[in-house]
Design a protein around this ligand. Structure first.
Ligand SMILES: Cc1cc2nc3c(=O)[nH]c(=O)nc-3n(C[C@H](O)[C@H](O)[C@H](O)COP(=O)(O)O)c2cc1C
Length: 323
């Protein structure tokens, strides 16, 4: 049986436009997560009303809205809102590594506090409006912190646990600790989903051999650097990859321009994506130089044209040596 593949959320990159165009051009992904929402101060918070959750432009059966919070009432408000829109599940972010988040016991900063997590989950599961899954790391400071969390997680009917096999302190550096994941995975009520450092089809196949009971893999930077990756693990073949990718990027760029009334902030978003994509071409340094200096719609479009004319697509370019 093919395992489920999901697209990991990336703040600033995997917005509704990216997700929808990705599905149209590449596929291979079974479900997606929104980048995290925060600051849900009211039942009808303004920041929930945008396109990101709008069920008219998002497939509520395969999109899972994510929240970053350690406030049980706020998580409840978010779940209530998402339930009304027709979503089936929300995801709680316990993985964000950034200091400003973590020092407030949010994201991966909550992982050293099993009692706090217990309280939050107990409150939620008293009267859950929707299924709740969570995404966490192996720990904040040390990877053994997860051992203290497993008994807490096992008390509750969580829809799923996705583990990014790093610690919070590691940020996105070093390598994901697959051995630590394998060691703990069978202590959970259900085998958790695996996330971390899947950059090429061969690595994915190898990972599957080492964890045959894992039935959900979340792809991250590997998929941003090589959007063909998920479909290729399922055997899909693409004819002219450069042509395909160029059309995808044009569609994302134009959608974003239209949605923002031609704001130049769109360039920043495209550059974020290129900071990963460049690694799958034959000259990442020069490509980055070309992209980085663009400061208008015209200069960006000219840079893209010359990249697709002059450089070769290699695929699967992102690896730990480049982090
Ligand atoms: C710029 C950036 C933004 C991210 N935003 C989110 C987010 O909003 N929610 C989340 O759960 N993970 C977020 N992540 C983590 C990724 O989804 C993923 O878990 C991580 O990159 C590890 O997977 P990988 O090694 O396959 O890239 C972010 C990562 C980066 C680098």
């Amino acid at each position: 049986m093919q395992p489920t593949l999901s697209l990991g959320p990336f703040q600033g990159i995997t917005d509704h436009i990216f997700r929808n165009r990705f599905e149209e051009f590449f596929g291979g992904i079974d479900k997606c997560y929104t980048p995290f929402f925060t600051a849900i101060h009211k039942a009808d918070s303004k920041n929930l009303h945008g396109a990101e959750l709008d069920p008219k432009i998002n497939d509520t059966s395969r999109l899972i809205p994510q929240i970053l919070s350690n406030d049980a009432a706020e998580i409840m408000r978010f779940a209530d809102f998402c339930a009304k829109l027709g979503y089936e599940e929300i995801n709680l972010n316990m993985g964000c590594p950034f200091q400003r988040v973590a020092r407030k016991k949010r994201g991966s900063g909550i992982l050293p506090y099993p009692e706090l997590i217990d309280q939050i989950l107990a409150f939620y599961f008293e009267n859950p409006p929707l299924k709740l899954s969570l995404k966490c790391r192996l720990g904040y400071l040390e990877s053994y912190e997860i051992e203290n969390l497993i008994p807490v997680f096992n008390k509750f009917p969580l829809a799923e646990i996705i583990i990014h096999a790093r610690t919070g302190k590691q940020l996105y550096k070093g390598t994901a600790d697959q051995a630590a994941f394998i060691q703990i995975k069978n202590q959970f009520r259900e085998v958790p989903a695996y996330n971390g450092d899947i950059f090429r089809v061969s690595e994915f196949d190898n990972l599957r051999l080492h964890m045959p009971d894992v039935d959900h893999f979340m792809l991250g930077r590997g998929l941003l650097a090589d959007p063909f990756l998920a479909a290729e693990t399922k055997g899909t073949q693409f004819m002219d990859k450069k042509f395909h990718l160029e059309h995808f990027l044009t569609a994302v760029f134009n959608d974003r321009l239209r949605e923002t009334n031609y704001s130049l902030a769109t360039l920043g978003r495209m550059k974020e994506l290129w900071s990963y994509l460049r690694w799958s071409f034959d000259d990442p340094v020069n490509i980055w130089r070309l992209i980085k200096k663009t400061n208008s719609i015209e200069s960006y479009e000219a840079a893209i044209k010359s990249i697709f004319l002059e450089y070769e697509w290699k695929g699967s370019g992102f690896s730990n040596s480049r982090i």
